[in-house]
Design a protein around this ligand. Structure first.
Ligand code: SF4
Length: 379
């Protein structure tokens, strides 16, 4: 019997958000499980039960609270050329920018949303921006605020990772994107596959909390390719992982391809949660493109426990071209409305504090891993 079928039998009557003690008891009985192909294509009532089970496991692990992080995008220069991203270096139509760190610091110190406890500083792969914008920004924020600080800056050299950590950042977001090395190369994903994985391991070994992620629904992606993403993620030293739906980006070679299905994406999120109950899993804003109007909230209903408020100043935002110029911007109001509508509440504890507390309590984040099978990476 497939693992989700066990859950379907136990949980169909449960309301995911009332959280009676019995539900924690049942949730505790669910063993972490590796995803199977049938989980990826669940639909209808089976899918609802599967998502409910993932949400229940999330609530048992994290309660009703979701972490609230702000993101600032500080440079759209990128030396990489990913086929699925509008910021690829071959896109000559983009107005490139680097933010003024003092402007961003002013925004984050004096005008940040009250609900946000952490900030993620994000850029294309741009070492100049790391030196000129990100490092002084982190130093300023560390001095002036108690925000938890994450960065998402791509593959950098080891001394730059150390500089960022010494400045005060603690969480590194670096997606492996695609676990099939051949597809990784064909999609011109960042640098070399092996080096990307080595960077993830290096970051974890040097004290960073690392969150990774992969893309669901890429053109040409097979079921085996999707499952390989889970197998690879399970073997990496991670504290969190995201699933992003493929969105055909403007000004990219994949512009005319079909968008990922929201159901595949959400099924991947639920499967990820059931594989690793302890991971921090975001509801990514692209869910609202793949599932117009409902995708984001469905993500919160499917095992996500992190939301992100976009704080990039409006004059930069249009040229931070991850997918389309016409982005759906997740403001604080939209985020808090979605969180409240799902019966959840914003965490007052920062993600950075949470990780610190978990470490102090000796709760290993890399424990209780389900047995992984052979990955595309090791095949
Ligand atoms: S996905 Fe990241 S590394 Fe790849 S082109 Fe876009 S910004 Fe650059």
């Amino acid at each position: 019997m497939a693992p989700h079928q066990t859950g379907d039998r136990v949980f169909p009557q449960l309301n995911s958000f009332a959280l009676p003690a019995a539900k924690f008891y049942f949730a505790a009985m669910i063993q972490p499980s590796m995803p199977t192909a049938d989980m990826l294509y669940l639909a209808g009532e089976d899918q609802e039960a599967f998502h409910r089970k993932a949400a229940l496991v999330t609530r048992a692990q994290f309660g009703n609270q979701v972490f609230v992080r702000g993101v600032v995008e500080v440079s759209n220069y990128c030396r990489e050329n990913c086929a699925y991203c509008g910021m690829r270096r071959s896109n000559r139509t983009l107005d490139r920018f680097r933010a003024d760190y003092e402007q961003i610091a002013e925004l984050l110190i004096h005008h940040r949303p009250a609900s946000m406890t952490d900030v993620n500083i994000q850029a294309g792969e741009d070492p100049v921006a790391v030196r000129e914008v990100v490092l002084p920004l982190i130093q300023t924020l560390r001095r002036e605020t108690d925000l938890g600080i994450s960065v998402c800056l791509g593959s950098l050299n080891h001394s730059m990772y150390a500089d960022l950590k010494n400045a005060g950042a603690g969480i590194y977001i670096i997606k492996f994107e695609i676990a099939n090395p051949k597809m990784y190369a064909a999609m011109e994903s960042p640098g070399q596959f092996d080096q990307r994985i080595a960077n993830i391991c290096h970051l974890a070994k040097t004290g960073w909390r690392v969150s990774s992620g992969f893309i669901a629904g890429l053109p040409g992606q097979t079921t085996e390719d999707v499952l390989a993403n889970f197998n690879l993620a399970a073997q990496l030293p991670l504290d969190g992982c995201s699933v992003s739906p493929f969105i055909p980006g403007e000004e990219t070679p994949l512009a005319n391809e079909s968008m990922a299905g929201i159901d595949l994406t959400l099924n991947c999120m639920a499967a990820l949660r059931l594989m690793r109950p302890d991971w921090v899993i975001p509801s990514v804003s692209a869910l609202n493109i793949a599932g117009a109007g409902t995708g984001y909230r469905r993500g919160l209903r499917t095992g996500a426990n992190l939301v992100t408020i976009n704080l990039t100043p409006a004059d930069f935002r249009e040229n931070y071209l991850l997918y389309k110029r016409n982005r759906f911007i997740m403001t604080e109001e939209r985020i808090l409305n979605a969180v409240a509508a799902e019966g959840l509440e914003p965490s007052t504890q920062s993600l950075a504090d949470f990780y610190g507390t978990r470490k102090a309590n000796g709760t290993a984040t890399h424990a209780a891993e389900p047995t992984p099978q052979t990955t595309a990476a090791s095949a």
